[in-house]
Design a binder for this molecule. Sequence first.
Ligand SMILES: CC(C)(COP(=O)(O)OP(=O)(O)OC[C@H]1O[C@@H](n2cnc3c(N)ncnc32)[C@H](O)[C@@H]1OP(=O)(O)O)[C@@H](O)C(=O)NCCC(=O)NCCS
Length: 184
Amino acid sequence: MAKYWGTYEKAGKWFTIRNAEGADAQKVIHFMEYVDRETTFLLREPGEFEADYPLEKETELLSSWTEDPKHLFLLAETAEGEIAATCGCMYNASRKRTRHLGEIAISVRESFWRMGLGRKLFEIQEAWCQKNQVEKLCLSVDTLNTRALGLYLSRGFVVEGTLHRESKMADGSWRDMYRMAKFF
Ligand SMILES: CC(C)(COP(=O)(O)OP(=O)(O)OC[C@H]1O[C@@H](n2cnc3c(N)ncnc32)[C@H](O)[C@@H]1OP(=O)(O)O)[C@@H](O)C(=O)NCCC(=O)NCCS
């Protein structure tokens, strides 16, 4: 049974937004390879995603998330079936003291930036969190990522602190991250 299915339109372009399934694994791997080449704001060097998640493993993972009430991994797909964006959200139900915490992460392909997909995917995930008793939704973001910060601040996330030298780039330079949260 689909966990989420909907459509989104911007400037005559239609997207299907739905939860990913095992059969999407190859497309998801391709998407991750693509976005890792387009931005330095994700925590991977190009090629690392596929090395960590070969097809069989990614298929199993997506299938398990489809069945798992604690995960919602969304895709936004074009009419041609190309993935334009992904947004994953999860909570951990095994510890009572942290049951109220959720974690979210998003990637939109550059050719689909500024079309409202980020905002739309966050809206869906925040509603899912509230339905599932998540009271604090958390994320980490590179302090230089003004585009993502614009999205998060506009949705009511606040900076809780700075994590220094959280990622080390291929050229040896460091990046700091903000830890952010939204309280429902
Ligand atoms: C950051 C990202 C998710 C934004 O997605 P998007 O679909 O382009 O965002 P939207 O079109 O929904 O815009 C939502 C809001 O983000 C903010 N925003 C978007 N682009 C911005 C920019 N260049 N500068 C400042 N704020 C910006 C605005 O507040 C915007 O709202 P508005 O259009 O009403 O002004 C997307 O650029 C992306 O995936 N980048 C690469 C990967 C990445 O950085 N992921 C986040 C890791 S923490």
